[in-house]
Design a protein around this ligand. Sequence first.
Ligand code: OAD
Length: 280
Amino acid sequence: MMWFMERITLSRHSRCLKDVRTIACSLANRQRHGPSKNAMAPASDLGIVREKIATAGSLAVLTGAGISADSGVPTFRGADGLWRNFRAEELATPEAFERDPRLVWEWYNWRRELIATKKPNPAHDTVVEFERRASQFWLITQNVDGLHRAAGSEKLSEIHGNIWKVRCTVCGVVEDNREVPIPILPSCRHCQGLLRPHIVWFGESLATSDLARCAAALQSCDVLLVIGTSGVVYPAAGFASVAKQAGAFVAEINPDPTPHSDLVDVSLKGRAKEVVPLLL
Ligand code: OAD
């Protein structure tokens, strides 16, 4: 657990990246010398993953922006990714908010307006069904759009926060807020302090309680599904390695290759809304 607690800051580079790479390399080598996962037809891969899920005593799911892409929420990276048009350091850092809170709120207002019109898709619905069927289940999402909760997921950690929550920069109170648009520079109804999005920005720490819950799920799960994440933002980028090292069967669902692709047992290429429902 100790290594886990060391990596609590949202970052594009892990302080322990070397460790993760070492684990990833050794696992990839083991796979290269074992039966080739690529030798199987996609239908066989689907069957294997479905069977693993059906017989798992404990199932964990890690999701990223790709699962919401099919609902119309833009991803962060890739051809149409948000970070192509915006610089993360200008918008998603505490320094950016201190420098220009109006700009940051305008960006979050734009995203709130966009997300407010979106609905969960069949992949979100299937994750709810996984939760209902599994004897032990935990969902770890990097998404702040709230679509997993909207679909009905209850056993989850929103490790990067939630765009529908605000936090007072003065008194620290966290509250739900679904105003669209929210007034630019909104103030706390308790102390009049400036509110900020309740989102973990680059350079900020993830909640220790969330990390502890995630560590427990990753270290005890029989199966981990990694859906729609580019696998470049830590600490979540290290989660597949953790589960794999603890003995879990790990499957990835993504239309494109990721840093996880060589590490996982099965990589299912395709869109979440099409592939994930086939795993029930
Ligand atoms: P990214 O935008 O980095 O990656 C999205 C992933 O989804 C890519 O690997 C795509 O190939 C994949 N993808 C695209 N369409 C898909 C589809 N229909 N089905 C399945 N997969 C699809 O998003 P994240 O990995 O979630 O942080 O990014 C991690 C964090 O970086 C985010 O949580 C955000 C960002 O900065 C915060 O907001 C704090």
